[in-house]
Design a protein around this ligand. Structure first.
Ligand SMILES: [Zn+2]
Length: 432
């Protein structure tokens, strides 16, 4: 069987001893210090270059590390307590941040603050060895793992140790290979929302019957946790600044928030795995985040559910498992919620579904369906009309989908032979 090489990450919890926790804290402190030190240097160069002088070269992470090493012995001797990789990697991250800024992919890098951003993390690029029940980290020693049995022990490229809500985690990057397989059949469309986290409509072929499903309803749990978080927020704001009680409650808040994001992550991972390993073509909704931010409560709900992350998972997992992830066409927004998934009629004006309308009723053909499933059905039709979209995708700059995996179209009836599908592709503004 053909294997595909790839680099992937595994994140798991550590069970450090109190001495190891102290060393971890020092590692994170060194990372923060080196990053801020390098940022101050870079900032001077950046400001200098704004003025009409002769331009200076922006220092690379290697230049900065050399400078830092010169100063280390006299000015920062405490740095010797942690591995030299911690500042080295921090400076490398800084370089990435600046190059992203210069390419206009990200904002100007910010100083890291213990108070504002928390304890943080530090990275290592060499010398990490993984055993069955512990990892060996340079200058820190053997740290026990809380879970066992799934970490790779060969070809480890690097690791990052991070702190979250009173717990320590390690993320390990390693080279691995997975068997290449291509999933041949089936299309699915997934609508994401607040009432139903994911609503999926799938179809094995154009003629087969649609299958409808929701993921496990996590809404009650999310709502309950958010109520508890709000309550804690109010209590924290009444406690005096710097008191021990306040710190304890902040930790409690972090734990609750971690629990909330764990629930969401679990659901997103399970569903993206299911979709990418079951169907050859998956269409997911493109969220109009900017439009939604106007409604604050909605914006908060959307943010907590990490739908952007779900899309990212759908893309990389499609690459792993040999399926394809696509989005409805960009530019003219595809009205998946307002369109009848049976006859293609689009609701306009007063007919349009509001936020609270749970059922879609088509005035043209009388078709009735649960709102999220109707939307899922429309997205599934986009996946089914893949061939039509593929033709249109030869236009320059058309990014109908971001990742194309070699995907045979056998098992699918060509789009032109069905009645409704080319019409739909035209509706989306595509040339067929
Ligand atoms: Zn209809």
């Amino acid at each position: 069987m053909k294997m595909m090489p790839l680099v992937r990450g595994w994140k798991t919890e550590l069970a450090p001893t109190p001495e190891q926790i102290t060393l971890f804290m020092k590692g994170c402190g060194t990372d923060r210090f080196a990053y801020n030190w390098g940022l101050a240097w870079n900032e001077n160069v950046y400001l200098h270059n704004q003025l009409p002088h002769e331009r200076l070269k922006n220092p690379s992470s290697i230049d900065l590390h050399k400078e830092l090493n010169k100063l280390k012995k006299e000015k920062f001797p405490w740095m010797y307590e942690v591995t030299k990789q911690a500042p080295q990697e921090a400076l490398r991250h800084l370089e990435t941040a600046f190059s992203r800024f210069f390419k206009r992919l990200g904002g100007y890098p910010n100083f890291k603050s213990r108070k504002k951003h928390g304890i943080g993390s530090f990275s290592l690029n060499d010398g990490v060895t993984v055993y069955s029940d512990h990892v060996a980290i340079p200058t820190i020693g053997d740290v026990r793992l809380k879970e066992r049995g799934y970490l790779p022990s060969n070809h480890v490229l690097g690791a990052t140790v991070s702190y979250k809500a009173g717990r320590w985690f390690i993320s390990i990057q390693a080279k691995t290979a997975i068997p290449v397989k291509i999933i041949e059949d089936g299309c699915s469309g997934t609508d994401v929302g607040i009432k139903h986290h994911h609503a999926t409509v799938s179809q094995q072929t154009i003629d087969s019957k649609e299958k409808e499903e929701y993921t496990r309803d996590i809404t009650p749990q999310i709502k309950q946790l958010q109520r508890e978080l709000d309550f804690l927020d109010r209590k924290i704001s009444h406690k005096p600044e710097g008191s021990k009680r306040k710190e304890l409650m902040k930790l409690k808040r972090q734990r609750k928030y971690k629990r909330l994001s764990d629930i969401v992550n679990d659901s997103n991972h399970k569903h993206s795995h299911y979709l990418t390993t079951t169907f050859s073509k998956n269409c997911i909704e493109r969220l109009n985040i900017r439009g939604m931010v106007k409604n604050h409560d909605l914006a908060r709900q959307i943010q907590v559910r990490a739908f952007g992350e779900f899309g990212r998972q759908m893309e990389y997992k499609a690459g792993w498992y040999g399926s394809m992830t696509m989005y409805p066409p960009e530019g003219m927004r595809y009205p998946s919620t307002q369109r009848c998934s049976k006859c293609g009629h689009v609701l306009e004006g007063d007919e349009r579904l509001g936020l609270s309308d749970r059922e879609f009723v088509c005035p043209r053909c009388g078709f009735r369906k649960e709102r999220d499933l109707n939307s899922g059905g429309n997205l599934c039709a986009v996946a089914l009309s893949y061939r039509a979209i593929r033709k249109a995708a030869t236009r320059p700059n058309n990014q109908t989908w971001r990742r194309e995996v070699t995907s045979p179209t056998q098992g699918l009836v060509p789009v032109d032979e069905t009645s409704n599908k080319p019409e739909m592709a035209q509706e989306c503004g595509l040339r067929v």
